[in-house]
Design a protein around this ligand. Structure first.
Ligand SMILES: [Zn+2]
Length: 110
């Protein structure tokens, strides 16, 4: 197996910055151009090994949304949030998707 094949076989994973729990795949990133509480954040279609907290309405830069914080299922660090509902028509594509703060996740060996 050459390097290129090995790269293809092994999914690129991001882990929790605190405990190295694997929380998302690079391939599930929809956008890297989102704003989190701590700077740049990623929008993802899926996340794993996380717990979803209480839903709440939050006024974001892009309008009113119902969101829920997401926590690492291992160490309980808040990693970002999930969009449960968007009220603006133009923001509906975010429903059911996840924001992970870039500052809270690290590349897992790639
Ligand atoms: Zn963790």
């Amino acid at each position: 197996m050459n390097d290129e094949e090995e790269q293809f076989m092994r999914p690129r994973v991001y882990s929790c910055c605190k405990c190295r729990n694997q929380v998302c795949l690079h391939d599930d990133i929809i956008s890297k151009d989102f704003q989190g509480r701590h700077g740049r954040a990623f929008l993802l279609s899926h996340s794993m090994n996380i717990d979803v907290g209480q839903k709440e309405d939050r006024q974001l830069m892009t309008g009113l949304h119902t969101v829920a914080d997401i926590y690492c299922s291992d160490c309980r660090e808040v990693l970002g949030w999930k969009y449960e509902r968007a009220y603006e028509e133009t923001q509906k594509y975010k429903e059911g998707k996840y924001i992970l703060e870039k500052a809270k996740i690290i590349r897992d060996n790639w």
